[in-house]
Design a protein around this ligand. Structure first.
Ligand SMILES: Cc1cc2nc3c(=O)[nH]c(=O)nc-3n(C[C@H](O)[C@H](O)[C@H](O)COP(=O)(O)OP(=O)(O)OC[C@H]3O[C@@H](n4cnc5c(N)ncnc54)[C@H](O)[C@@H]3O)c2cc1C
Length: 495
């Protein structure tokens, strides 16, 4: 069977998802006619400032270097996330979830060893940030891009991600796509017309007539104009295990006296958590909360207090609601949903754009797979993507269900939540009852998105260990790990 490249694609929606999809598609299928229509009346969501290391592959694939896109998007480097006030256990006030790299190998092994010691009744040092290079980079605010010296020595690049202004990123990607021949239309899609087969025939716009295509990509955000409103594909809700469903965001100026952080800060508050994201131009802040537990107004006031902003001060405040869950079918008939239209897992680990990119990458891969009939490709694709979404959900839910905070009804509802995702329930059981945790991780390897180091970090960082600890001797010395990380941090990076 020969590979069929789509002749034409219409993307509806010009948020980050629409523009990322457009660029990846033009890159993969340069002969396809791509049109993107976005509404001037319906804005973009305009938040989403943190990424995972996967985003590096997006820019690398498109041949766009950091020197070009980072200044255009006020971007900064990100080496991980610092979780503050999450645990509720004495001695575990905060912990760092690092991005990992090959250089971590010796000290990461010490960390895993110490965790095992503690799980089996010993006392040992298990603060994740002390065993990984990115922990040291975050403490010293060192950018993770390797220096010329490190490159000349053949040091392998470390994994890192970025923070950026999402509106500027969208604009940057729009220019790139338009330069490569994309047709950009600003208009409202008012109707979607389907063939009897159920495939979409065309979308109807207010001022630009009907737009027909072979494939349609729904990037209309939470509205899901094509995939949900027209094709009636339903959502699988994650609301039972993830209680947050709203957010409020406020931007603040940077303190010019301070060096920029290279980490996201995630600070647990009374009924959710707040993000603090450093950009070169400003700081992004927001409070993600459950509106069943706190009103939007009280959440805003709590966020203002955290930011030392007077309750009457005139600042731009953005209130958002979030639908937490995923579609059962992300690719149905000739329509693919990408971005918020396909689902959203709250932004605790900043995974949305990773899922967006993965969706388009896997779609292109499946579509180009000549060996499979279309129905099989769709089924495989939907199944894989659902597993990935569920895997991210599992790790996010773990943050809430491992916390011992009980100072508000919100934290008690999380701590005693019976809706524990199955894989996380098994990992937790294995970890806390001193079963073979490695075996448990291997058993679920197919369903895990977050891998071994991340699971060790979250259990250890939260201080979730079996009870009744007693002293044992064979502990890996943390001083040795810290010395190693400090030596690398000072030798291999640009500043
Ligand atoms: C509180 C919060 C924090 C977040 N933080 C992160 C983060 O740290 N990291 C991360 O990766 N992600 C994060 N996200 C998710 C991220 O913001 C989104 O994944 C990203 O912005 C992509 O959104 P989108 O393009 O799918 O939708 P939107 O930005 O909502 O864009 C929708 C587009 O569809 C168009 N449209 C809608 N209806 C029509 C119509 N009828 N006709 C024509 N056009 C139409 C609109 O004009 C718009 O262009 C966060 C989300 C929230 C809610």
């Amino acid at each position: 069977m020969s590979v069929h490249t789509p002749k034409s694609i219409v993307i509806v929606g010009g948020g980050t998802a629409g523009w990322m999809a457009a660029n990846l598609i033009i890159h993969a299928w340069p002969t396809t006619q791509v049109t993107l229509v976005e509404s001037a009346d319906v804005g973009i969501i305009g938040v989403g400032e943190g990424a995972t290391p996967y985003l590096k592959t997006f820019f690398a694939r498109l041949g766009i270097n950091e020197e070009e896109w980072m200044p255009a998007c006020d971007a900064t480097y990100k080496v991980g996330i610092n979780f503050e006030n999450w645990s509720g256990r004495q001695g575990f006030k905060d912990y760092f979830h690092p991005f990992f790299c090959a250089l971590d190998k010796p000290t990461a092994d010490m960390f895993f060893h110490n965790c095992q010691v503690k799980r089996h009744g010993g006392q040992s040092h298990t603060n994740p940030g002390d065993f990984f290079i990115s922990g040291e980079l975050a403490r010293q605010k060192i950018n993770p891009a390797l220096s010329a010296k490190a490159l000349s020595e053949g040091i392998q690049e470390i994994d890192y991600a970025y923070h950026f202004d999402s509106a500027k990123l969208g604009h940057f990607l729009k220019l790139k796509a338009c330069q490569k021949g994309l047709t950009h239309i600003i208009d409202n899609v008012t109707d979607v017309i389907s063939h009897l087969s159920g495939d979409i025939e065309k979308v109807v716009t207010e001022n630009h007539g009907d737009l027909g295509a072979e494939l349609f990509i729904d990037c209309t955000g939470f509205r899901a104009r094509l995939i949900h409103q027209t094709l009636k594909r339903n959502y699988v809700s994650y609301a039972d295990s993830l209680l947050n469903n709203a957010a409020v965001a406020i931007q603040t100026p940077n303190d010019s006296n301070l060096k920029l952080e290279v980490q996201t800060r995630s600070i647990a508050l009374s009924n959710g958590w707040m993000w603090k994201i450093p950009l070169t131009s400003r700081q992004g802040n927001g409070y993600v909360y459950s509106d069943h537990h706190i009103s939007p107004n009280d959440a805003e006031q709590e966020l203002r207090q955290q930011l030392n902003i007077d309750e009457n001060a005139d600042v731009r405040v953005k209130h958002l609601s979030m639908r937490i869950g995923r579609l059962g079918e992300h690719w149905h008939k000739n329509c693919l949903a990408v971005g918020l239209s396909q689902g959203f897992i709250e932004p605790l680990e900043a995974t949305a754009l990773m899922l967006t990119q993965l969706t388009v990458d896997q779609f292109i891969q499946q579509f180009d797979n000549a060996a499979q009939p279309l129905d099989n490709k769709r089924n495989t694709f939907n199944k894989q993507l659902n597993t990935t979404f569920d895997g991210v959900r599992d790790y996010i839910a773990a943050h809430y269900q491992l916390s011992k905070r009980d100072d508000t009804q919100y934290w008690r509802d999380n701590q005693f939540n019976k809706a524990t995702p199955a894989i996380f329930a098994e990992l937790k059981q294995a970890w806390l009852s001193r079963q073979d945790f490695e075996q448990s991780l291997s058993k679920h390897a197919q369903g895990l998105v977050y891998l071994r180091p991340s699971w060790y970090c979250i259990f250890a960082g939260m201080g979730a260990f079996p009870e009744n600890l007693k002293p044992v001797n064979n502990i890996a010395p943390v001083e040795q790990a810290l010395n190693y990380a400090q030596k690398i941090a000072q030798s291999y990076f640009k500043n």
